[in-house]
Write a protein that binds this ligand. Structure first.
Ligand code: B12
Length: 216
């Protein structure tokens, strides 16, 4: 079983991907290659289909669950340091908002893409986002809002971050049903994404930004 076959099984949202991973490991496959070129590549392909409108939320969720099971199998075989996170994200639903399915998916995709993610839950007060971000040394604070009445609470978090002079330390991103890029710009957030797949690209670009700035 090659990494390529694992990627194709994940793309096909086929649960036997876990058996393929077990067989590959038993046959002595390189665990890092299996993770990168198999599991993560499979997820990237699912993300592509999702963006093209060929796959829907169901495939994204099921593919994520299969990939999670595959990662759990590969994890004990990984060498020390291979799990170095690409960035640290604190995410939750803002104060007054109980919708956790949306940010849960974002958290899952980010974890599967190599980010360390801390899920705060729902109805989270502005300072709780900042306290947690400071505690875990986050790069990004993710705010989820599904109600027009809770969107102002996204603006509150951005304001707190600014008022505390923390805007260089934490990038703030927003998402959820009624949010859009215009809103993110209006409240001074660092980014917005329509879905979990785009959220991964957004976070990747945000954690790469300082490196680009110093390189230039
Ligand atoms: C499921 C649901 C609920 C469930 C939530 C269950 C749960 N565990 O999350 C329950 C029943 C609890 C609920 C309650 C309410 N709901 Co409700 N709910 C929905 C529903 C049907 C789906 C929302 C959802 O989870 N979708 C699934 C996710 C995965 O979809 P998604 O948006 O594509 O998610 C992506 C993006 O949003 C993005 N994203 C999400 N978060 C983040 C964060 C970041 C940082 C980034 C970058 C991206 C990102 O990535 C996600 C994954 O790809 C919507 C209708 C709808 N079609 O949206 C109404 C809806 C959001 N609810 C609504 C309302 C009014 C309510 C209630 C007030 C109803 C009531 N009278 O009690 C309460 C409020 C509770 C509260 N205080 O929050 C309205 C909101 C209207 C508005 N614009 O304000 C909606 C739009 C329904 C409607 N058409 O009227 N709800």
């Amino acid at each position: 079983m090659s990494s390529h076959e694992v990627a194709q099984l994940i793309l096909a949202v086929d649960e036997t991907a876990t058996e393929a991973v077990e067989k590959a490991l038993a046959a002595g496959a390189d665990p890092v290659g299996l993770l990168q070129d198999g599991v993560i590549e499979g997820l990237r392909l699912i993300g592509e289909k999702f963006e093209e409108g060929e796959y829907f939320l169901t495939e994204l969720i099921m593919g994520g669950q299969i990939a999670e099971a595959c990662i759990a199998l590969v994890d004990p075989h990984l060498p020390e340091g291979a799990g170095e996170p690409r960035g640290v994200v604190v995410i939750g639903a803002v104060q007054g908002d109980m919708h956790d399915l949306g940010y849960g998916l974002v958290a899952m995709q980010l974890k599967l893409s190599g980010f360390e993610v801390h899920e705060l839950g729902v109805d989270i007060a502005p300072m709780a986002f900042i306290d947690k971000a400071e505690e875990v040394g986050a790069d990004i604070i993710g705010l989820s809002a599904f109600l027009v009445t809770t969107i102002p609470n996204c603006a509150e978090v951005v304001k707190y971050v600014r008022d505390m002079g923390l805007q260089e330390r934490f990038k703030v991103i927003v998402g959820g049903g009624p949010t859009d890029q215009k809103l993110a710009d209006e409240i001074g957030a660092d980014g917005w994404a329509a879905n979990a797949v785009e959220a991964v690209s957004l976070c990747e670009s945000l954690v790469e930004e300082p490196a680009r700035a110093t390189a230039g």
